[in-house]
Design a protein around this ligand. Structure first.
Ligand SMILES: *Cc1c(COP(=O)(O)O)cnc(C)c1O
Length: 486
């Protein structure tokens, strides 16, 4: 495009003041503050200016020839977009149950109710109602946690990374902590055991090799400087073949004999054995405590199925200094999380309700037969409503646990596989991701796979609509471009 043409197009753009005085926009000013409306106008104008400067004649011409109605519409849309949350619900059709990028465990009904009630008003967060004295915020969950797990004492913080950091700082600052080389894990890039340990002020003493560590390795490394023996559950990877790991019980016995606390970072923190449902046995919190560890830390939003939280349980003697650590204040759990966590934990008091009440556990243990029926029904609906746009098949596949837990676990599932005929699978995936609500799906061999394991039944209609829209061509194109421009 010629520079003169570019100038000509730019000159046709209205001035901010001119737009401000158009009647529909003046109406906007009655509802919203002037700076907000001015900002929105500037944003819309900036967008059009950029389009023109990019130099594609056709697009520049479109940007420069908006009608008065189109301008007011664009500004009104922009004002509305200001109030639309960036954080919004997404339909998870990936089959990854504890998807960290999608917020891990969805909360149970009772947690949601309690959360809303506590969030909207005052509560006895740090108040002992019986004695009228200051109470502890952990009080609401400590007893519950001890009752479920058999621990003597406990506290909760913001997340498990915080729990590990706080426990190490409380129990081993300036001292040595012995860890097996096979357990120096990295979780999601920003959390590496050696880094967290350094930041906590503890000195890492590595023992053993990547694949084999023996009890004598720990024994020989103990010095007058040793403060803690640490085990890290290798939740997100497995070492196979010629391997040896020290049994937790043996490590606990060694700690006991030498007067050293033994801590395990359990990662997931499962309260029930899921092996009857075909899920690989994950050491439970109860088993870990029974093995004799002094302190155990785990997440609230992995296999426990609750909100993001870091839970620290163990012997009172070692939990007390953690509670008293001033850093605890910096990592403390907020009342909303606490409300959700307490309700989630109460579900565990009646084991028969766990799988039906906690969505994450329900999804993980959903029988294949049920998944197949849902997939078939969904396939039929798509085929009926959309013809000629795609081939649609049911396929055997596997869902994943996610959240860095049980990395090798294959959860057999049936997926609805969509092969679009007029666009690529990658393009369909993108359209789904950019729809409202956004749909996250997997692409495999030129097919978009929808795994209903992680889709709530109430979301199925919205999913069907999204698929219909994404496969139907023209209308989506316009809508999509608008979304991209706003
Ligand atoms: C997931 C995990 C963590 C981090 O937990 P967050 O709750 O995500 O902070 C730490 N250690 C292990 C072993 C884990 O699996």
């Amino acid at each position: 495009m010629e520079p003169e043409a570019r100038q000509r197009y730019l000159r046709t753009l209205p001035a901010v003041d001119e737009l401000l005085h158009r009647p529909p926009i003046e109406t906007l000013l009655k509802i919203h503050s002037r700076p907000l409306v001015v900002d929105s106008i500037r944003k819309v104008l900036g967008e059009k200016r950029r389009t023109i400067l990019q130099g594609v004649e056709e697009e520049a011409a479109t940007a420069a020839s908006l009608t008065a109605d189109q301008w007011t519409h664009a500004v009104t849309e922009e004002v509305a977009a200001t109030f639309r949350p960036s954080l919004r619900p997404v339909i998870n059709a990936t089959g990854v149950v504890l998807h960290t990028n999608l917020g891990r465990a969805p909360l149970p009904e009772e947690a949601l109710r309690n959360l809303v009630e506590i969030a909207g008003g005052y509560s006895n967060l740090e108040l002992d109602l019986e004695r009228g004295e200051r109470g502890s915020r952990y009080g609401h969950v400590e007893e519950l946690l001890c009752r479920i797990s058999g621990a003597e004492s406990g506290l909760v913080v913001n997340n498990n990374a915080g729990a590990v950091f706080l426990a190490l700082n409380s129990l081993a600052e300036g001292k040595e902590v012995i860890v097996s080389r096979g357990q120096l894990v990295e979780i999601g890039g920003s959390f590496r055991i050696p880094d967290v340990m350094r930041k906590s002020g503890a000195r890492l003493v590595e023992v053993g090799t990547t694949n084999r560590t023996h009890l004598r390795d720990y024994e020989q490394a103990i010095t007058g400087e040793t403060a803690l023996l640490l085990k890290v559950h290798t939740s997100n990877f497995r070492i196979l073949g010629f391997t040896a790991e020290v049994l937790l019980k043996d490590l606990a016995d060694l700690g006991g004999a030498r007067g050293l606390p033994v801590m395990e970072d359990l990662g997931s923190g499962c309260f029930i054995d899921l092996s009857p449902y075909g899920i690989e046995h994950e050491p439970t919190v109860q088993e870990t405590l029974q093995a004799g560890v002094d302190v155990v830390t785990f997440s609230g939003d992995k296999l426990l199925g609750g909100p993001q939280a870091g839970i620290i349980l163990g012997k009172k003697k070692f939990i007390d200094p953690i509670k008293k650590n001033p850093l605890n204040r910096a990592l403390r759990i907020d009342k909303l999380t606490l409300a959700a966590l307490e309700s989630t934990l109460r579900v565990y008091l009646d084991e028969s309700r766990v799988l039906s009440a906690l969505p994450a556990l329900g999804m993980l243990t959903c029988p294949l037969k049920e998944l197949a029926t849902r997939a078939r029904r969904f396939q039929r609906k798509v085929s009926k409503e959309i013809s000629g746009e795609c081939q649609i098949t049911l396929r055997e596949d596997s869902s994943q646990v996610g959240g860095g837990a049980l990395p090798l676990q294959e959860l057999p599932t049936r997926v609805v596989a969509i092969r679009p005929l007029k666009l690529s699978a990658a393009a369909l995936e993108e359209r789904l991701r950019r729809s409202e609500p956004p749909v996250m799906a997997r692409v495999k061999e030129e097919e978009v796979l929808l795994d209903l394991r992680t889709v709530a039944k109430e979301e199925e209609t919205a999913l069907l609509e999204a698929v219909k829209k994404a496969l139907g061509n023209a209308e989506f194109g316009v809508r999509n471009r608008k979304l991209m421009n706003s």
